[in-house]
Design a protein around this ligand. Sequence first.
Ligand code: MN
Ligand code: MN
Length: 481
Amino acid sequence: MKEQEKTKKTAPADGKQLKKDLQVDFPNLWDRITDDDRERVMAFSEDYKTFIDMGKTERSFVAVAVETLENMGYVPLTGQDHFEPGSKVYHTIRNKGLVAAVVGTDDAALGFNLIGAHIDSPRLDLKPLPIYEESELVFFKTHYYGGIKKYQWPAIPLAVHGIIFRADGSPLTVRIGENPQEPVLTITDLLPHLGAEQMSRKATDLIKGEDLNVLAASLPFADPELAGRFKLGLLQLLLERYNLKEKDFVSAEIELVPAGQARDVGLDASMIGAYGQDDRVCAFTALTALTSLETPARTSVCLLFDKEEIGSEGNTGAQSRAYEYAIQELFVRISEPGRSQLDFARMLSRCQMLSADVSAAFDPTYASVYDSKNASYLGHGLCLVKYVGARGKSGTSDANGEFFSKIIRMYDAAQVPWQTGELGKVDAGGGGTVAVYLASLGMEVIDCGVPVLSMHSPFEVTSKADVYYTYVAYKTFFEKA
Ligand code: MN
Ligand code: MN
């Protein structure tokens, strides 16, 4: 440094301004939204609550999504051989997954913009032979699905959803307990007066898997001499009301979920409480982003997966090639004839994807498991997550810096709020998403989603502002990425 410069007097920098310029800050959205924005936020959350009340399981979500799409002019993808830009198509994956798309004006070979979310949530499934009688009560045996805290499931009203096939193969769609006039089922818990031994157990054993027995009936068959007459009473009811026999449960897919509707949470009604917002909040916002598009430049695709909560296995999970083939079915119908498998592989590598899944919102009551400097916060918008995983990032896709940077620049240019965060403290636990399975096809993928409190509980909580601005962010991605 020259002597002259050293002695030159410089004005002290404006610390406040410098801080603003140099430090990253993710503002609380409620501070910055206008009255008009607030109205949009509130209206959107009403639509969201209505939709997730109708689609509480993967099957019902697909059913209500297909109905919605058909009403908006979407047609079956495999119904015709060619689609022009602006065409709206959908394709279901065995009634449990869904692929919906709007064909863009760009050459299909340039790749698609995809947003993928999952529509299965932790729950209790009925065992193949669930019905038993004990002490004049009839119960259903269950096998839980996904990561639950088992102690959260007794002593709450449960609704029954699913499908059951009669002896002749005819399906019966089951939905009992959502309408206030309908009965619910429940799992009994021990009264505290006699709970001394139970309460001394570790929380993982407080309610054991085999204790998740659902109280199903208590009316006996009218023959006091007959053994097993309480179970028979229920079987008789099932036959008379639904033409069902015990054997039909063997192949049935019956899911027990918390009964009741999504509710506003907080005296200011700023939040939403509902079962299964992981990940239907991202599924709904992604699907709504798609359906609100005008004809985009890049072909825009919404993927809704089943089985994420148990590892994305099976032919309806994200690991299934069914989704890749559905993308290919779309590619061949919107690209020039004669494209090869290599052309398709090249197209996949040019795809950009948001793996849309919820993040764990910072909970001050359990602050010790979060890194508060790298956590997502309720009310601060879509959380962009570079990686998830466990034990040193195992099982994550880890978005490329080039792609992550592009997404951030896109959102900043469009003034779409976002934040970033990790799942929790290093080695506090971990988790995975579908990102790895799509990334294995060669496309760019980043995880992102709505922050959730009480994740995987029967009553998960989100911020209405986050839900709406996640929709905005997903739509922006389809339009501008
Ligand atoms: Mn999830
Ligand atoms: Mn989950």
